[in-house]
Design a protein around this ligand. Structure first.
Ligand SMILES: Nc1nc2c(ncn2[C@@H]2O[C@H](COP(=O)(O)OP(=O)(O)OP(=O)(O)O)[C@@H](O)[C@H]2O)c(=O)[nH]1
Ligand SMILES: [Mg+2]
Length: 236
């Protein structure tokens, strides 16, 4: 989702820029601002009922007293957008459930190039900083030669542990050995990064099923490219 948010917040900022310097908001410039937001959401392939519901709520609040009385309408408008975005996207949001016997296993899956490996490192950094967790990262990507090195370098950058597999090891063996190392290291979390596939085929699903049975991850995170739009629902 990160990419979609980046694009959206950029668009929203442009909207706010235009409101900046206007002492008061008129019905007219609120309509312009709401239209801009609607366009940004539609371009990001957000479902139409969601767009309508979102813009209705933003408009209702924008014409309300809070923004009219505000000394800085641009900023007040951005706050409304942020609140409503959080309400729209935040439904069902929860922290990762780490109340399990450590090391808690998190498996990252998804199509090729969607950002699994990057997400693995970001997640390690997040858990390290927010929850003071000790994290070990392991790459189960035996398909792309540079994949393991990529994760190793990212692990070094976020100062997380890394399980270094020997060349030619099978995916199941790497997973088992990574868990053994995470236990030895007394890690709180073991993050397993998997190989991407160009499409959702039986091979991908079989590998995930096997890993799931073998490792019993507490969380399986399906990484989706924000640019996928509504197709992400089908893939998931
Ligand atoms: N702008 C942007 N780029 C990203 C983001 N996440 C990943 N990328 C880039 O997208 C490319 C692919 O990211 P990876 O993390 O390697 O994706 P992957 O799913 O592990 O790829 P495979 O292992 O080949 O399936 C890299 O160049 C990343 O730097 C993101 O949130 N925003
Ligand atoms: Mg990868």
């Amino acid at each position: 989702m990160a990419i979609m948010f980046a694009n959206l917040s950029h668009r929203f900022r442009t909207v706010a820029e235009r409101l900046r310097g206007k002492g008061r908001l008129s019905d007219e410039n609120i309509s312009d601002a709401v239209r801009d937001v609607r366009r940004a959401l539609i371009e990001a392939d957000v479902a139409l009922p969601v767009v309508k519901d979102f813009t209705d709520r933003v408009r209702a609040r924008a014409v309300g007293a809070e923004i009219m009385r505000s000394l800085n309408p641009g900023q007040a408008y951005i706050k409304i957008l942020q609140d409503e975005l959080t309400a729209t996207l935040g439904e069902g949001h929860r922290e990762l459930d780490l109340r399990h016997q450590p090391p808690v296993i998190i498996l990252l899956a998804g199509l090729q190039g969607v950002g699994k490996t990057t997400t693995a490192a970001k997640l390690a950094l997040h858990l390290k900083e927010r929850q003071k967790s000790k994290v070990v990262l392991a790459s189960l990507d035996t398909r792309r030669p540079a994949a393991m090195l990529q994760l190793e370098q990212l692990a070094a950058r976020v100062d997380a542990g890394f399980f270094k597999a020997d060349p030619g090891m099978a995916v199941a063996t790497i997973a088992a050995d990574a868990l053994a190392q995470a236990k030895t290291d007394q890690a709180d979390v073991l993050i397993l990064d998997t190989a991407g596939r160009t499409r959702l085929d039986d091979e991908l699903l079989d590998e995930l099923r096997l890993l799931n049975d073998q490792m019993k991850p507490v969380e399986t995170l399906f990484v989706v490219d924000a640019m996928a739009g509504q197709d992400a629902v089908n893939v998931a």
